[in-house]
Write a new protein. Structure first.
Length: 308
């Protein structure tokens, strides 16, 4: 029997998660598709590799014996694919106006021989991680709070200090810096920061520690619309990153937040089995340029302090 690599990969994913649903999410497949692939593999091998139990899935004796060989096959296939791939380094920066794009721009200026393809995934977090596991991107920038699957590695990349973005008629507009307590009478307007994105819980925790009223009502028609709306408002502001490229607007001011400064915690993620020749250079660049979290200056959620 000639082994189907897709079936072997599905078996390894289920063996890692001990759950067909979780493996399906990680592979970007339906649970039915994963089950069919594993069943095909078992039929070809003439044995049962996994037993479905009431609380999940368990490896059989033959499954445990086959697992290290299956891992080796998947690893070898990934290495072979990477060895012949000479295309650009595919980097998901989430959005081209964000601090992550500035990081990659600076890296490219210092490494002009590295060909880079910029990807804007839109929601970061889980979709980016799934793309890394599928191999459709090489690098992703996202917030890492909590456990990653074993296949993914990460390193802190950037802390982007928050600023108040508000209209010139806003009561705080004339200040040179703002403390979070001074935002109590203003609404923090963050349209589009919905639960399926990676950032809402960061701002929820921020609002529990400081007197912020966060409004996520949209719709979000893009940054230009946000700026136009804020320029006409005396009681709403937006939290934008210092390194975020916000287009100049005659009716908008940006004010640094101090004592402490909330910062958005960007990490760089990649697949441990990715052997793109430019990846080690990017990892080294990110690690050497990263300025670490300073508890005397920055505010981060507890989960992010443990990562950054």
């Amino acid at each position: 029997m000639e082994l189907d690599l897709g079936a072997v990969r599905a078996f390894v994913a289920v063996a890692d998660d001990l759950h067909f649903g979780a493996a399906a999410d990680r592979l970007g497949l339906t649970q039915q598709a994963v089950s069919k692939r594993v069943a095909k593999l078992e039929a070809g091998l003439g044995t049962t590799l996994l037993d479905r139990a009431p609380n999940g899935t368990v490896l059989t004796k033959d499954g445990a014996t086959f697992l290290p060989h299956a891992r080796a096959l998947v690893t070898l296939a990934d290495q072979a694919k990477a060895a012949v791939r000479t295309g650009p380094l595919r980097v998901d920066v989430l959005g081209t106006r964000l601090a992550t794009t500035e990081l990659i721009r600076a890296f490219h200026e210092a490494n002009e021989d590295v060909e880079i393809h910029i990807v804007t995934g839109g929601k970061g977090g889980r979709p980016a991680r799934e793309a890394l596991l599928r191999g459709t991107i090489d690098v992703a920038f996202a917030r890492v709070a909590g456990e990653l699957v074993p296949q993914l590695a990460h390193t802190p990349a950037c802390l982007d200090p928050h600023q108040v973005v508000c209209g010139r008629e806003h009561p705080l507009a004339a200040l040179r810096q703002v403390r979070l307590a001074e935002l109590a009478e203003s609404v923090t307007w963050m349209p589009g920061y919905t639960p399926d994105t990676e950032w809402p819980d960061l701002y929820e925790e921020l609002s529990r520690e400081f007197p912020l009223t966060i409004d996520i009502d949209g719709p979000n028609f893009g940054l230009d619309h946000i700026l136009d709306t804020l320029a006409k408002s005396e009681n709403r502001h937006f939290l934008g990153g210092e390194f975020m490229r916000i287009p100049w607007h005659a009716g908008i001011v940006r004010i640094p937040i101090v004592d402490p400064t909330p910062a958005y915690p960007w990490s760089m993620l990649w697949h441990r089995d990715n052997h793109h020749p430019a990846l080690p250079r990017l990892i080294e660049y990110i690690e050497t340029t990263y300025e670490p979290y300073d508890p005397a200056q920055h505010w981060l959620p507890l989960a992010d302090r443990q990562v950054m």
